[in-house]
Design a protein around this ligand. Structure first.
Ligand code: ZN
Ligand code: ZN
Length: 345
């Protein structure tokens, strides 16, 4: 099969790779759509904290967002058969430790992430092999394209972990895929008002289609004044920071109400330079990291099945897998207009 391999920073190729025999509980999934993530691009350029700290080592077969069709199953697989439409978790556990045996995958000490940290070969390939315990049926009515959006939306879903519905005003900073997914989840979660803050009119218009009640263009409006106006001066109950920019983190802390919560859903990739930590202390803010979490993907799939097609509006580009190298090399050409880019197989 063909697979993309990044051999070193800015050195990648689509290679012919032999398919291993399928044994045990492995499911072989023919990848149909795979999403490109900022992390994939960062691995390609080498400008990635995981590369710097040694958690990702080249060569890497990237890709962790996808949906496809079961092509073949190992002899121990009981829940899937060829032709089933599926998606999967974005990480693989050892399957043997006490935590795995009890289904507490988050506590497994040997987690390997698809195409990223402690790499399990990723999905920028014609086939993806996964143990059955990490494969899930794609709900009826959810397209394979939209299924490829489940993984990034599951990261955004973690921004709401432990938040009890109904939540009042949710402000999202950043109209990229994670921010968009957060706005979509907030709306489906019953938020009173969803405010999307960005700096690109085209992306903000998409945010309105997927669930934002109000959009604020940073280049023309003061987001603090806008959020104060909508909340009677109180501030947002929950702010999702989805850009990884220090200025956005400062803004999030300004926007959130006293005793509110700020969820951090974007990697900063560098240490903070100037950050007044007393401010969140004085406001009593909960600062929560948001990351992928076993179990979220299935919840997001269920949410998607209730409003099929809605989140798919964030797909701005479709690139043939054969042309993916061109995309990696010239990403800056697409950067401004792109929200989510899918590879088509
Ligand atoms: Zn990602
Ligand atoms: Zn384990």
């Amino acid at each position: 099969m063909k697979a993309l391999v990044i051999e070193a920073p800015r050195r990648a190729a689509v290679r012919e790779i032999p398919l291993p025999p399928l044994c045990g509980d492995m499911v072989r999934i023919q990848v149909r759509y795979a999403g490109l993530c900022a992390t994939d691009l960062a691995i390609y350029t080498g400008e990635c904290s995981f590369v710097r700290n040694g958690l990702i080592r080249y060569p890497v077969r990237p890709g962790h967002e996808y949906a496809g069709v079961v092509a073949e199953v190992g002899p121990e697989v009981t829940k899937f058969r060829p032709g089933d439409r599926v998606f999967s978790d974005c990480a693989v556990t050892c399957g043997k430790c006490p935590a795995c045996r009890e289904g507490r995958f988050e506590d497994c000490p040997e987690v390997r992430s698809l195409g990223t940290v402690n790499t399990w070969d990723g999905c920028f390939a014609e086939f993806q092999d996964m143990p059955e315990r990490h494969v899930h049926p794609l709900p009826d009515g959810v397209s394979l394209e939209e299924g490829a959006l489940i993984e990034p939306a599951a990261v955004a879903y973690d921004a709401f972990r432990g938040v009890s519905a109904p939540v009042g005003t949710v402000a999202v900073i950043g109209a990229g895929p994670i921010g968009m997914s957060a706005a979509w989840i907030a709306k489906n979660f019953g938020a009173g008002r969803v405010v999307m803050i960005g700096r690109n009119a085209g992306k903000l218009a998409v945010a309105e289609k997927i669930g934002a009640d109000v959009t604020v263009d940073l280049t023309a409006e003061d987001p603090v004044a806008a959020v104060k106006k909508f909340t009677g001066g109180r501030g947002a109950d929950l702010v999702v920071e989805a850009t990884g920019a220090e200025t956005a983190l400062k803004l999030a802390i300004e926007l959130v109400r006293v005793d509110g919560r700020v969820s951090l859903a974007g990697f900063f990739d560098h240490p903070l330079r100037e950050f007044a930590i007393d401010e969140p202390i004085l406001k009593g803010i909960a600062l929560c990291g948001a990351k992928g979490h076993f179990g979220h993907a299935v919840k997001v799939g269920e949410m998607m099945a209730k409003v099929p097609g809605k989140l798919a509006q964030i797909i701005t580009h479709r690139v043939k897998f054969a042309d993916c190298l061109e995309f990696f090399e010239h990403e800056e050409k697409y950067h401004k207009a792109k929200i989510k880019v899918l590879l088509e197989f």
